[in-house]
Design a protein around this ligand. Sequence first.
Ligand SMILES: O=CC(=O)O
Length: 351
Amino acid sequence: MWCSRTALGRLQRIAPCTVTGHHRAMSALPKVYVTRRIPPDGLDILRKSGQVQFELWDSDDPVPRVELLNKVKGCDGILCVLTEKIDAQLLDVAGPNLKVLSTMSVGYDHLSLEELKKRGIRVGYTPEVLTDAVAELTVALLLATSRRLIEATHEAKTGGWGTWRTMWLCGHELANSTVGILGLGRIGVAIAERLKPFKVKKFIYTDVEPRTELANMINAEYVSLDELAKQSDFLAICCALTPETHGICNWNLFSKMKKNAIFINTSRGGVVNQEDLYEALSTGLIAGAGLDVTTPEPLPTHHPLYTLKNCVILPHIASASYTTRNAMSALAANNLLAGLRGEAMPKELKL
Ligand SMILES: O=CC(=O)O
C-alpha cells in the first residue's frame, strides 16, 4: 500500500507518511512524493486539491538518498527542496511515469536540467515570492558585516567593552559608496532599492550581458567583472550557480578588490573559492565577508572561515521568513498540481 510508515534508524525520526485524495478513487490519482516537511500552506493545497495522493518525508532533515530512491519509484510528480540531488540516477529509478518536478526554491543547481529535459519532465520553481525576504536578509548581512555587529555583541557579552574608544570597532559605511552587483536579476534590483536610502553614490553591475530594463530601475551602470571588482566598496553576489559562475569569486577577483571592500554572498556557496576568500580575508586584502551560503552546507564547525572576525556566516536563511517560506511552499504545490493537470505552471522553468 502507498501509505506506509518507515523506520529509518537512530538519527532519523520515523517518517510518517501523509496520504490525501479521495479514498474511493485514490488508486487512480497521480502519485506524488514530497521530499520534506514543507510549510503548511503548500501541504494544505495538496491535501485539499483532491488531485493527488502524496507521501511526505515528514521531517526537518533531508530524506536519506536510499529512501528517496525507493520512494520516487513510479511517481507522477516529485516536490523537492534544494538539498535533493535530482540527477539521472534518480530519474531512471523514478521511471517513465514522472511528469513533473517541482522544487521549493528559486535556485535549481541541484537539478540536472539536461536529464529532466531529455525525459520531457516539466520543472516548477519559486522565483519572485522570495525576492523581498532575500533582499532584506542581504541588507541585514551587509550591515552586520560592514558595521561589525557580531564582533561587537561578542565584545559586549564577554567583557571586551571597556571605555568608549575613538577607533574601536570602526567599520565601513554605505553613504557615498559604490555598490556592485554580480548577476543582476530581481533580487539584485530589490537589494539596490533597499540600499539606496543609505545614500549609496553609485550602483554598478555585471552579468553575461547588460540587463538594461532592470538596470534602469536602479540606475545601475554595466561594467566588466574586473571593473566591478576594482570599483565596488560593497560587492553583492546575486548570480545563479552554473558551470560559468562556479568559483567565479576567486583570487583573481579578490586581488582586484579594494582593501575596504565588503563581500556579500546570498546566492550559492559554489560561486566562491573559499580557500581564496580565506586568504583574502585573513591577509587584509579585503575588509570583510558576509556569507549566507557556503560549500558544503552545513559548513563544518572546524572550518577556518569561522576563525575570522571579519567573516559573518549565516546558515542559508535568506528566504527564511514565515510569510515567504509559506508562499514558496504554496507556489511549489501549485506548480506541481498545474503541471500534473497538463496546464501552464504559475512558475515554470523553461528547459
Ligand atoms: O536558496 C534558496 C533558494 O534557492 O530558494
